[in-house]
Design a protein around this ligand. Sequence first.
Ligand SMILES: [Zn+2]
Length: 135
Amino acid sequence: MHELSIASSVVDSVLEFIDTHEVKKVLTVRLAVGELSYVETEQLRFCYSAITQETAMENSTLEIESVAAVVVCPQCDYRGSPKYWEDALSAAPIPTLECPHCHSTVEPVQGHDCAIKTIQFIACADEMPGNRRKQ
Ligand SMILES: [Zn+2]
C-alpha cells in the first residue's frame, strides 16, 4: 500500500528526530503532500495512527498540507500546472504528466513527493535547563 510506505517513512524520520533530540512526546507532525504523490489523506492518517501506537508519537496529530504540482516540459519549455485528467469516478481532477501544450511527457519540479514541514513536541524537562525556574 502506497500510503503505508509513506506513513512509515514519515514515522521513521520523526522517530529518528526523537532519538537525537530530547523529545518526551510528539504533539503534531505537519506534512506537505504533493498533488503528484497521489496520496489518499484518509488512508495516510489511518496508517499513521496505526504505526505510531506505543511510540512517543502515539496520539499525535498528523496535519496534511497540500502542495500544488509544478511541471516543466523539456520539449516546449512549458512551466506551470500539469494537465488534469477528469475521471468520473474520482472526486477531484487527477494531475497527469502530460504537457498541456505539446503533449510530451513533463518533468515534475514540485508537488511530486511528501516532506515533513514541522514537528511540534514536548521536550524532556530535565534537558531544558533554560526553562527551569528556581522556586
Ligand atoms: Zn510541451
